[in-house]
Design a protein around this ligand. Structure first.
Ligand code: NOJ
Length: 740
């Protein structure tokens, strides 16, 4: 039946019951109450977990919101948490509004609530889907216990331009990684039973192609072929929906001339028509109102009409739906059937969450106290933290460091810092739970006093006397840890950068420290792929440590001192220079492919190779691993057939290590040109010290298909390259021919 969603895991009997209940409710609703269900506003009561208490005097914002809730003018609130106040706020809707429809509480629980896990990009460097599912589950447990029902996550925007500030929120530049993390995180948030207090409705965002913003500038327009859209930017959304996501957030950007929050083709034809999406679409913060600024709607009323008719069911923050829907329906510009469809989608989602049976689900202060910031969650944050670290370089086997017998200078703006470890989108973090790098290192060292900490520079400004102090500390030390990079305000929404380098004052600090001649380990803090140059690129060892969250210091110490080996792999390329942006490994060949030799009139910049300094997929371990050439079980693949690819890894060291074997292909000749390499699968393998391991992975007919010109997946016979390699830039290809 039109508009009725089939909530996953709801029994047929439950669905029928919910439908009857909603039919009965809708028959009684006024148009104003219907518009109210589609109106989402900031939660002014529970902005902090302590929230307001019964008997508190409400401020004017709270009083207005309370009046709106009681009058049925608000159906959902976002970005408030706290079990204690849920009852108070939900009571306003359930007991004091005419129809008693429960509110939906939403929040940006992106990488944890009070316990903060690594930023999504960092966690994606683990290439560990089971880990991502567990951290999403833990975040959902904390969110659910704090009276939240929906999270605005996962962010599944493929991000190929590292200048874009929001690269940090997703799984990076690759389609497959984004698909897999989208599904894992959705499953983790939603759990097995959506009615359980610990399950959060997932909301993949931002639909769609928001990550393709021109020049990486946030909110900028996107313009691309439908083949590109369907092969790169849409698949992660489909993956999240296939994993059960019941809500989607529309985006801010213009797509091929039609802003996404007013894009019927995207929000209705593809989402519901092609994909059979059963949930509701919420706009991004005022994105439907922004149709006016885009030059796509004449005024707020026009914007509300366009967005609603395009398929935006719930309006975030602007209030335009509440204000204009009654009149738009009265004038006949919006059919009542469309309003009913949107309301039904929202109410069915509330039913799927069990809110009609228990509007207070999750509002239990005792449970909240027990699970939020629990030891288990902090242990998980530490595990996720160390698994997110990527070792780019380790000259002379400098790492791991011994825990005693060396004097260490920890230099840089992030050494002692405990405020910036969380990264962006950690609005509910518990700052008391932060473990700074300094704390983590001191706890790990046999003699905590073997560590000297000097700031040396602020993040973006020099510190008077900073370099002198840093050089003095370096001179006294046996090894220098340089904690440099970006702060969270440099890598977030609206924080796009013209240049993805380390700020000049920190580079100056790095040069001065390097001039002491002491061995240097760079501990990079970052939310994107970066340009590493000068003394930073020249350091002996480099660990990419992203923003690792609550357990930052412990997680880095675990890897630095070798209690755990580094297992992360880059989910984004680190180009040689900023000016290569957007640089991504799965680019096309062009008609003048660049050559390893410095040949003129080929596709490259004058100054650097058309390659990454540290490619997608790269990451070292604490043992030298030798990779054999890729072997194939057959030089031909039958139509609809399958072959096997194998590689032998040999561990020449004295530690067992984990490798990530990456399977890439290239379709040599196709009717639409294909990327020079494309990840199709990967596998984590343990390679015991001194041993060889043979890894065999299937390559299927599905793997050799691509998005054809008619927008369906097709295969074409011919020659393919296959790599089983350690990154997108290493290995020798084997070849096979696909036969028809
Ligand atoms: C705007 C951001 O684009 C989106 O990701 C977020 O969920 C909303 N604001 C709500 O905070």
């Amino acid at each position: 039946m039109a508009g009725l969603m089939m909530a996953p895991r709801m029994t047929l009997a439950k669905q029928a019951e919910a439908k009857d209940r909603i039919d009965a409710l809708m028959a009684r609703m006024t148009i104003e109450e219907k518009a109210g269900q589609l109106n989402l506003m900031n939660d002014p009561f529970r902005w902090r977990p302590e929230g307001v208490n019964p008997g508190d005097r409400l401020d004017s914002d709270q009083a207005q919101t309370a009046a709106d809730i009681k009058a049925g003018r608000i159906g959902a609130l976002f970005n408030g948490v706290g079990a204690a106040t849920t009852r108070l706020v939900q009571d306003m809707a359930v007991r004091e509004s005419r129809l008693g429809i429960p509110l939906l509480f939403a929040a940006d629980i992106v990488h944890g609530l009070r316990t903060t896990f690594p930023v999504p990009l960092g966690e994606s460097a683990s290439w560990d889907l089971e880990l991502a599912e567990r951290t999403a589950r833990a975040a959902a447990v904390e969110g659910g216990a704090s009276g939240v029902h929906q999270t605005y996550a996962p962010m599944v925007d493929v991000a190929r331009d590292q200048r874009w500030g929001r690269v940090v929120e997703g799984a990076g530049e690759d389609v497959l990684l984004n698909n897999l993390f989208a599904a894992a995180r959705t499953k983790g948030f939603q759990g097995d039973d959506l009615t359980h207090w610990s399950s959060l409705l997932a909301c993949p965002k931002h639909f769609a192609a928001y990550g393709a913003a021109e020049s990486g500038m946030d909110y900028n327009s996107t313009d691309m072929s439908e083949v590109m859209l369907r092969s790169v930017y849409l698949p992660p959304f489909k993956a999240a929906l296939d994993a059960g996501a019941l809500s989607v957030m529309s985006a801010f950007n213009d797509l091929n001339g039609v802003p996404t929050s007013g894009n019927k083709w995207l929000l209705t034809d593809i989402l519901h028509g092609e994909w059979g999406f059963a949930g509701f679409v919420v706009s991004d913060y005022t994105s439907e109102a922004e149709l006016v600024a885009h030059g796509f709607a004449a005024d707020g009323r026009d914007a509300a009409r366009i967005a609603l008719m395009a398929g935006v069911d719930m309006s975030m923050k602007s209030g335009l739906y509440l204000r204009h829907i009654p009149d738009l329906v009265a004038s006949g510009e919006v059919p009542m059937a469309r309003v009913d469809q949107a309301v039904r989608r929202v109410l069915m989602t509330k039913a799927a969450l069990g809110l009609f049976d228990d509007p207070y689900r999750g509002s239990d202060v005792a449970v909240e106290r027990r699970v939020v910031g629990s030891r288990d969650h902090l242990d998980l944050a530490r595990e996720a933290g160390r698994k997110s670290i990527v070792m780019l370089k380790n000259e002379g086997g400098l790492l791991p460091l011994p825990k005693s017998g060396q004097r260490i200078a920890l230099i840089g703006p992030f050494g002692a810092d405990a405020a910036d470890v969380f990264g962006p989108w950690s609005i509910f973090k518990d700052t008391d739970l932060a473990v700074s790098l300094e704390q983590g290192l001191r706890q790990a060292l046999r003699d905590p006093n073997a560590l000297t900490v000097v700031k040396g520079s602020d993040v973006e400004a020099p510190l008077p006397g900073g370099i002198e102090a840093a050089v003095a500390a370096a001179n006294e030390a046996d090894v220098v840890l340089l904690a440099i990079g970006e702060s969270s305000v440099m890598s977030a929404e609206s924080k796009s950068r013209v240049s993805i380098d380390i700020p000049a004052p920190q580079l100056a600090l790095a040069e001065a420290v390097a001039a002491t001649g002491k061995p240097v380990v760079v501990l990079l803090r970052n939310g994107r792929g970066m340009e590493l140059s000068g003394a930073v690129a020249g350091a002996d060892s480099i660990l990419v440590t992203w923003f690792l969250g609550s357990e930052t210091g412990h997680a880095i110490a675990d890897v630095l001192f070798g209690d755990h080996e580094p297992t992360g792999r880059l989910p984004v390329s680190f180009p040689f220079r900023s000016g290569q942006s957007p640089f991504y490994y799965a680019h096309k060949a062009t008609g003048r492919p660049s050559q390893p030799t410095d040949q003129e009139f080929t596709s490259k910049f004058r100054e650097v190779p058309h390659a990454a300094l540290y490619p997608f997929g790269h990451g070292l371990t604490y043992a030298p691993i030798d990779w054999s050439e890729t072997r194939l079980s057959s030089q031909t693949m039958a139509w609809n057939g399958q072959i096997e690819a194998s590689v032998t890894l040999t561990n020449g060291g004295d530690r067992d290590v984990t490798e990530v074997v990456q399977l890439y292909i290239r379709d040599r000749v196709a009717s639409l040109t294909q990327p020079v390499r494309l990840l199709k699968a990967f596998r984590r393998v343990t390679v015991p010290a001194g041993k060889s391991v043979e890894v065999t992975m299937p390559l299927t007919f599905a793997d050799v298909q691509f998005m054809g010109p008619d927008h369906t997946m097709i295969a074409e016979p011919g020659l393919f390259d296959v790599w089983l390699s350690a990154s997108a830039q290493t290995g020798q290809a084997a070849q096979f021919t696909l036969l028809r």
